[in-house]
Write a protein that binds this ligand. Sequence first.
Ligand SMILES: Nc1ncnc2c1ncn2[C@@H]1O[C@H](COP(=O)(O)OP(=O)(O)OP(=O)(O)O)[C@@H](O)[C@H]1O
Ligand SMILES: [Mg+2]
Length: 261
Amino acid sequence: MMESGSIIEINGLYTQFGQHLIHRNINLHVLKGEVLSLVGGSGSGKTTLLRQMLSLETPTQGSVKIFGCSRYACNLDALKNIRHRSGVLFQQGALFSALTVFDNIALPMRELHCLDEALIRDLVMLKLKMVEVGAEHANKYPAELSGGMIKRVALARALALDPELLFLDEPTAGLDPSLSESIVNLIRTLREELTLTIVMVTHDLDTLAAISTRIAVLADQHIVALGKLQAVVQVDHPFIKDFFWGERGQNALRKYLSADQ
Ligand SMILES: Nc1ncnc2c1ncn2[C@@H]1O[C@H](COP(=O)(O)OP(=O)(O)OP(=O)(O)O)[C@@H](O)[C@H]1O
Ligand SMILES: [Mg+2]
């Protein structure tokens, strides 16, 4: 039975690639309306876990349910329905390089085969406006855009089908601080306006502290801490000490923890 209020339920999940054990007994529930951030070292299995939540990959052992459905227990229609209800901003290859901005955002809409081109046009322009990208960029190709603009357009594409659930894999990686901040503000506004549930992976402490309602720390192949920022930073673990209490971490923490009081 799906616990009421959880959109995703992961139970007893193990992932192994060859001899390499990535996840060991992961249990994690994503609650409706929250912004759950996943942090962990590079190669700790964050992207893999996101892909498993989306049913793009299968764990070695354990179960993943999304909207009450698990990959093998669901028929094709149910899986399609899951895809339509969730949007993803991938860490890599956020956009198709051979398609214009317009066509990138239109793609998921066209795949529905039930919207006419005039409506698609209006919807694409609306999404562009939402992410604050001017209409004059609609006919450009990804190679003609800045890094910050690519993230915005990728976000517009993730929002194309008005998802209830949004996955963001490193939404601010590689952006300078002011661009990161503008993406963070954008995500925050979208969440307020669209009542989204968000699962986000980020290395960036400012992004993490600014929008997460809960944080899950992935280390030693499992979740070593889960909860609000204030609680997670107190957990005695070498990764947490390093990540949150290193010099950069302390600066970000000081700003957000004191703003909370
Ligand atoms: N399909 C695959 N086959 C074999 N190994 C894989 C596969 N996918 C991921 N891995 C390995 O699993 C580990 C976790 O990868 P993953 O991409 O999930 O890490 P991550 O936490 O997202 O890292 P980063 O912060 O660098 O993005 C890595 O060692 C990676 O090489
Ligand atoms: Mg990753």
